[in-house]
Design a protein around this ligand. Structure first.
Ligand code: ATR
Length: 276
């Protein structure tokens, strides 16, 4: 019988996840299908009960349900518990277990796409919202030397560093971070600044950027933000948000099926769809 997978979110219509997962199921000969489930915020508990009742094999969870699903699960892994958000649920013979592959997906994409080891690296995270949280806690499990944070509302960066930090993190205002840009090997924008339709906006001035720095943006619409364009022009190595999107999906796929999909093919499909 065909296994059913899917995405719980609101809205979900524009998700690229079915494209990635359904193609990977076909290519690996796995009898399964990934569907979109638009779940109203008032019906999260019913949706999870539905996953159980219908024997749905696994789901992704997206905005605005990543926190709301937690009370209805049987178990949640340490990383997801720590960040307080679930993006992947595995139905293990009726036991629903929550994971979060966003941060781990980001880190894996960074290491593989940029062919870099994070050991000893000095990293600056821009932003302190939901996107930053998963990435920050995942970076803390690497051997990076520094994982500093800057945010428009500096108190939010301070709070996150206090909560997770292990002595490797400082927090700065945007102006302070801009003045210290030359101290970092890797810079990551986790904010929505520069995302369609406000494509002219930039999260941080790159005046003091050193050539050779890795500049990474989790935004994938547009594929290359104005910020990444400028970083590239200043001699940086740049990465867009497609990698995180694909690798969080690939890690979920692996949890569901035990198999690692062809991430380059997933990436190609996503980029083609985004260009359309
Ligand atoms: P998400 O869950 O997508 O991360 P979020 O929790 O609302 O969304 O966080 C958005 C992040 O983008 C925050 O770091 C936010 O900064 P504040 O904490 O100061 O709000 C940042 N952000 C959004 N719009 C911004 C802007 N115009 N300038 C600077 N930072 C911005």
């Amino acid at each position: 019988m065909e296994n059913v997978y899917g995405l719980l979110g609101f809205p979900v219509e524009h998700s690229l996840s079915p494209l990635m997962h359904n193609d990977a199921f076909v290519r690996l000969g796995i009898p399964a299908r990934y569907h979109l489930f638009s779940v109203h915020p008032k019906q999260v508990s019913e949706a999870i009960a539905g996953v159980r009742a219908l024997g749905i094999a696994g789901v992704n969870v997206t905005i605005p349900h990543k926190m709301a699903v937690i009370p209805f699960l049987d178990d949640i892994d340490d990383h997801a518990r720590r960040i307080g958000a679930v993006n992947t649920i595995v139905n293990d013979n009726g036991r629903l277990v929550g994971y979060n592959t966003d941060g781990p997906g980001y880190v894996k994409a960074l290491e593989e796409e940029m062919d870099v080891s994070l050991d000893g690296k000095r990293i600056l995270l821009i932003g302190a919202g939901g996107g930053a949280r998963g990435i920050y806690f995942s970076l803390l499990s690497t051997a990076a030397k520094r994982i500093d944070m800057t945010n428009r509302t500096v108190e939010k960066a301070e709070q996150l560093v206090r909560e997770g930090g292990d002595g490797r993190s400082a927090y700065f205002s945007l102006a302070e971070a801009e003045a210290r840009l030359d101290e970092y090997d890797i810079m990551i924008n986790t904010t929505s600044v520069g995302m369609h339709p406000r494509v002219e906006a930039q999260p941080l001035s790159l005046e003091r950027l050193q050539p050779g720095t890795i500049v990474s943006d989790i935004i994938y619409n547009p594929l290359e933000t104005k910020w990444l364009k400028e970083a590239k022009a200043r001699g940086a190595r740049v990465q867009n948000g497609v990698g995180m999107l694909v690798y969080q999906g690939a890690l979920a796929f692996e949890k569901w099926t035990g198999q690692w999909p062809d991430v380059n093919r997933m990436k190609q499909l996503v980029i083609e769809a985004l260009r359309r």
